[in-house]
Write a protein that binds this ligand. Structure first.
Ligand code: FAD
Length: 349
């Protein structure tokens, strides 16, 4: 950031260029689930035999109705955890692999952009689509984080067919509103689900590289609330966890609504906006002006042992994700009447 220009102003004057780029990495970020059901059924054999003939159950695709029946049956018998476990396994088995892709490319010319901007990608004859840049402007290559939309035009092709060395056509950067506001003494709060975290990955890398987590000599807290159904659908989970080791003022709150059905997940499970409310400083939050439901979430005990809390009168919030989720989060955040320049939202899909 130049000292006399904000990132939004820089974004406004950024030159939009068309160019070829070569893919240098294309990696699944989620787990291959091919063996997940077989392993789970083996592990669960002792209790499952009470309900079903395991050998008959077989694969989801071969025996879709039998799976639905047993999920419903378990639920009817009050076996909610087991029912949730089987329906989670089924849903995951039905999703093609990979469902979450990291795509890194090397543009012919250096692509100048500011964190929060996006590019338009063309691959082979498919319709182009736009993607937030997940890497920092200081990185040599550009990185995207792409979720497969089953039946979609571009994402199934990107997930199934891209290999290192393939050519992309890239146009950008675009977007001059969803950028970091000039540093202030406010704490920075990022709230996302799934690939909505892509622009935040760029912003977080850049924040620490450029020391803008510091204002007038004092550290600001940087929080990331990131939600998904399952842990392996949290993009960049290792990178964010690594930041918590290196940066005392970085607080990572992953929340997975359904991971507990698959593993011994003992992290947050509430929706991402509810998890955010749990980490507000109760002393600093005027709950009488908030709805009863929100006040209740604020009084909940957080799962993670984080030695910091958010003062809602001194926060700057960024929200990004798929439409309905981003709307639910903003319904909550807007109750805190943040000044316009300290609250930004981007949604798509
Ligand atoms: C500013 C901006 C930034 C974006 N950044 C990212 C990003 O970082 N990562 C990413 O994966 N996507 C991102 N997207 C979404 C992306 O542009 C495409 O819309 C998405 O990849 C689907 O493309 P497709 O051709 O496979 O599906 P399409 O053929 O476009 O869509 C098929 C159907 O799926 C619906 N649909 C579209 N997107 C979604 C979705 N995400 N979830 C569920 N249903 C959907 C459509 O409404 C349509 O009915 C961004 C969009 C915008 C506007």
């Amino acid at each position: 950031m130049t000292p006399d220009r904000s990132l939004a102003e820089e974004a406004e004057v950024m030159e939009i260029i068309d160019q070829h780029a070569s893919i240098v990495e294309t990696t699944a970020m989620d787990h291959n689930r091919e063996d997940e059901i077989r392993k789970a059924l083996d592990a669960d054999r002792d209790w499952l035999v009470d309900y079903v003939d395991i050998n008959e159950l077989g694969s989801v695709t071969d025996n879709d109705e039998a799976w639905d029946e047993i999920v419903a049956e378990l639920s009817q018998q009050g076996e909610e955890h087991l029912s949730g476990r089987l329906s989670s396994l089924k849903e995951r088995a039905e999703r093609p692999f990979p469902s979450l892709l990291k795509l890194e490319f090397d543009p012919e010319e250096r692509l100048e952009f500011v964190p929060g901007q996006y590019v338009r990608i063309s691959y082979e004859d498919e319709e182009p689509r736009v993607y937030s840049i997940a890497s920092s402007p200081n990185s040599e290559n550009i990185e995207l984080c792409i979720r497969r939309v089953p039946g979609g035009h571009l994402t199934p092709t990107l997930c199934d067919e891209t290999v290192v060395g393939d050519d992309l056509f890239v146009r950008g950067p675009f977007g001059d509103e969803f950028t970091l506001t000039p540093p202030s003494d406010r704490d920075v709060i990022f709230i996302a689900t799934g690939t909505g975290v892509a622009p935040f990955k760029s912003m977080i890398d850049y924040t620490f590289e450029e020391n803008i987590d510091e204002f007038n000599g004092a550290k600001r807290d940087v929080w990331l609330f990131l939600g998904s159904s399952w842990e392996d659908h949290l993009p960049y989970r290792e990178e964010f966890a690594a930041y918590t080791e290196k940066k005392e003022n970085f607080h990572y709150v992953p929340t997975c609504s359904r991971e507990e059905y698959l593993s011994d997940w003992d992290g947050e499970t509430a929706y991402v906006q509810q998890s955010f409310l749990k980490y507000l400083d109760e002393q600093e939050t005027a709950t009488d002006e908030l709805s009863a439901e929100i006040a209740e979430w604020i009084s909940e005990t957080p799962v993670y042992d984080i030695n910091a809390r958010i003062d809602p009168s001194s926060m700057e919030v960024y929200v990004c994700g798929i439409g309905a989720m981003a709307d639910s989060v903003s319904d909550v955040v807007e109750q805190f009447n943040l000044p316009d320049n300290h609250y930004k939202k981007e949604s798509y899909g």
